[in-house]
Design a protein around this ligand. Structure first.
Ligand SMILES: Cc1ncc(COP(=O)(O)O)c(C=O)c1O
Length: 303
């Protein structure tokens, strides 16, 4: 597998290992940072790379920096150019996971709002080992962040403690991954992915008031499902609906789209990835990789 060689830090291209921040910078001291995880996919026919839904990720990053009240945040034009450049600089020979992050690099107090620095990095990342067979998930006793405590709809770095603790608990309990409820006891999402169910043939996902990250992949799946003629509902979802659903899957840029084949050790459906999940997984794969001509505007070529 290829290796990350270069990183862009505050506009400067440097060896990946040379990027530096002070340990007392507010990014480290209080986790005052927001980021995006994107993927650049390789088209198998011609070997070209394109970044999936680059504009949507950059728009969410701007929202994140606004919610965090960052001073003089980097512009979308600057970040777009850096994302494309960092892929070129690393010359991957396979799919790349891209992280764009903005952070407060200075020292100060919790209320300090700058100076804001940023990075763009491209990393190798293997597909989930459970991509074909599905995940065993457990509903966590850790809950998702409530919106009046931490902002779940943006990708703030400090948001990730609940997901991390839930994942560690899930692994200790013998599961592959965790599903988190809201503080109000409704289904929210997985630790770093959104969740869908199939109930009575209808595709169901927690709505945007369920303390979810406003996920780009969730939106992609909603579009692909509508194009496939599936009925879709976005609504509050009960925990026990997971136990009686015909199918469950999680989706996100990092996870891509993976079936959940058991929840709390109860099989989902017959315990294998179901037909709706497989169909959407194939549609997702085609649209991210560009083996379909559909949704060309979702793929920004890395020239
Ligand atoms: C907490 C959380 N939820 C959901 C997702 C899925 O979001 P997206 O589809 O935008 O990658 C992620 C992405 O990594 C995430 O970190």
């Amino acid at each position: 597998m290829w290796q990350a060689r270069r990183i862009i830090h505050n506009g400067q291209d440097m060896p990946f290992a040379d990027a530096r921040l002070h340990p007392l910078s507010l990014a480290v001291a209080y986790g005052i940072a927001v980021f995006e995880g994107l993927r650049a996919y390789r088209n198998p026919a011609d070997g070209s790379f394109s970044v999936f839904r680059l504009e949507d990720h950059l728009a969410r990053l701007q929202q994140g920096m606004k919610v965090m009240r960052f001073d003089a945040p980097p512009t979308t034009d600057v970040l777009r150019a850096a994302v494309l450049e960092v892929v070129r600089l690393n010359a991957p020979d396979d799919d790349a996971y891209i992280r764009v992050q903005a952070q407060i690099e200075g020292l100060g107090t919790m209320a300090t709002t700058g100076p804001v620095g940023w990075i763009a990095a491209a990393l190798p990342r293997e597909r989930s080992a459970k991509f074909a067979t599905g995940l065993a998930a457990g509903v966590s006793s850790w809950t998702r962040l409530p919106d009046n405590s931490m902002p779940p709809r943006i990708k703030a770095s400090a948001n990730y403690h609940a997901g991390r603790l839930a994942t560690l608990q899930a692994k200790a309990d013998g599961y592959d991954s965790a599903l988190l409820l809201t503080a109000r006891g409704k289904l929210s999402e997985a630790a770093a992915a959104c969740v869908f169910l199939v109930r009575d043939g209808v595709l169901v996902t927690p709505d945007r008031a369920s303390d979810i990250l406003e996920s780009v992949t969730r939106d992609t799946v909603l579009v692909l499902a509508a194009e496939a003629g599936l009925a879709v509902e976005q609504r509050a979802v009960d925990r026990t609906e997971l136990y009686v659903a015909e199918e469950v899957f999680v989706c996100g840029t990092g996870q891509e789209l993976v079936a959940v084949t058991s929840v709390d050790r109860l099989p989902v459906g017959d315990g294998d990835p179901g037909p709706v999940t497989r169909r959407l997984q194939a549609a997702y794969e085609a649209v991210v990789r560009g083996t379909t001509g559909a949704h060309v505007t979702w793929r920004t070529p890395v020239s």
